[in-house]
Design a binder for this molecule. Structure first.
Ligand code: AMP
Ligand code: GLY
Length: 419
């Protein structure tokens, strides 16, 4: 099996790491890849994941047996449809299904048609109607850009001026949603499906705010844990019944099924689980903590996914816990510098800690330089969240560059007294 992984983030480094452990892989290519993936496979820095012609050409040149698409942008642009037309097997949704992530209005309408619990929402394209609505509401609301906005398309606020500015700015380019603000705690659930059958993977939680104790601006995610200790099997059964089953039934009815990952972003409220959003890919940094807990060979999982045999395939999951801490560049999620040289990174036994790179590039003497805002995810693995936390923060000490910073409290709110 020769695989081409599309993307350059820490999520794609985690996917590449998992493939690299497979007994069935004979070739591992990553486009464009990063300094970390380059140690495990062959980076193709000149192949743009959003350019189907370039991706198809690379598949032919390297005799690729399937493609794994990491990020949302190539999916929304229709890379899967193009690869399928060229006869190349691929893990990821076709363009029509990618709208579950690519359009908040489309996904809200889908949730409503299949009676999936979610926040009440109103959609606006007209600035006057939006202004009238926003001035009539009291308390906190959520404004969402309909389109993909790389984590910058959502504002949760009670400040009318801030909401007005944010909303009017979006309306210059397209429609928006104004949503009821839900209260509770957030979890991320991932399913893997073969187009017909699905399997639920261990539950993750992402830490989205920049500051300790969930304060400060929203980010792409500053850390994650897997599994989430407070989620028990009764809660998971309720989530499956109210949210996951109706989603797969609705996708089948609307012909949106695909082979790949579906991400359910949930708010656990006092009124039960509610769906905030779908994403049609793995989360980042959730993938970095979830993937190391999958014991089955990636080649076997992929075989089941691509050949429609997931119902008869048992994905083995480790009993361990994983916790990931993201190391970011100074200034992130605002303006930040790139190209900062990183001090040599020590290595750790893989059963204890893994360090995944995001957008790094190789420089001289086996060293790397930063290439983005979120630069690394340090993952600790252990028998429980507390131990995983200790190992992750030990690994964090080995990853430094000018201005680097990280949250100090990842996982803490979920660590129970019995650990
Ligand atoms: P989304 O891209 O829809 O996941 O939104 C990004 C983040 O905004 C979520 O992870 C939540 O933290 C927050 N958020 C989105 N929708 C709501 C909502 N209806 N109520 C409260 N928080 C929300
Ligand atoms: N961690 C959130 C996301 O990947 O969208």
């Amino acid at each position: 099996m020769k695989v081409l992984i599309l993307g350059s983030g820490a999520r794609e480094h985690a996917v590449t790491w998992k493939y690299s452990k497979s007994k069935r892989i004979t070739g591992l290519f990553i486009a464009p890849g990063n300094g970390g993936t380059g140690e495990l496979g062959v980076n193709l820095p000149d192949v743009d994941p959003e350019n189907p012609e370039q991706v198809i050409k690379a598949c032919r040149e390297y005799d690729i047996s399937h493609v794994f698409v990491g990020p949302e942008a190539p999916l929304a642009a229709g890379i899967v449809d193009e690869l399928k037309k060229a006869g190349i097997p691929v893990i990821g949704p076709h363009k029509a299904a990618a709208r579950l992530e690519g359009s908040k209005i489309f996904s809200k309408n889908f949730m409503k048609s299949y009676k999936i619990p979610t926040a009440e929402a109103h959609q606006f394209s007209n600035p006057d109607k939006f202004l009238k609505h926003i001035n009539s509401i009291k308390g906190t609301v959520v404004i969402k850009d309909d389109g993909l906005a790389a984590g910058k398309g959502v504002l949760v606020s009670s400040d009318i001026d801030e909401l007005t500015t944010f909303g009017l700015d979006i309306l210059k380019n397209g429609p928006l949603l104004v949503e009821e603000c839900l209260e509770g705690y957030e979890i991320s659930i991932f399913t893997i499906s073969d187009g017909k059958n699905y399997k639920i993977l261990p539950v993750c939680a992402d830490f989205k705010r920049a500051g300790n104790d969930d304060t400060g601006p929203n980010t792409g995610g500053m850390g994650a844990i897997c599994p989430v200790p407070i989620i028990n099997s009764a809660m998971l059964t309720e989530i499956e019944k109210k949210i996951i089953i109706p989603t797969f039934k609705g996708m089948e009815k609307d012909k949106l099924n695909y082979a790949g990952i579906l991400y359910f972003g949930l708010m656990m409220t006092s009124d039960g689980p509610k769906l905030l959003e779908y994403n049609v890919r793995f989360g980042d940094p959730e993938a970095q903590v979830l993937i190391p807990l999958i014991d089955s060979d990636m080649g076997n999982i992929v075989d089941a996914v691509l050949n429609g045999g997931l119902d008869e395939y048992n994905i083995r999951i480790s009993n361990n816990s994983a916790l990931g801490v993201v190391i970011a560049s100074g200034g992130y999620p605002g303006e930040y510098q790139v190209g900062l040289p990183v001090k040599p990174i020590p290595s750790y036994p893989e059963k204890d800690a893994l360090i995944f790179h995001a957008s790094t590039t190789e420089i001289e003497n086996n060293r790397v330089a930063t290439g983005g805002g979120r630069c690394f995810t340090c993952v600790g693995i252990g028998p429980n969240t507390l131990k995983a936390n200790a190992r992750a923060y030990e690994a964090v000490k080995g990853v430094t560059f000018e201005g680097s910073w990280y949250r100090k409290d990842i996982g803490r709110k979920f660590i129970t007294n019995d650990q």
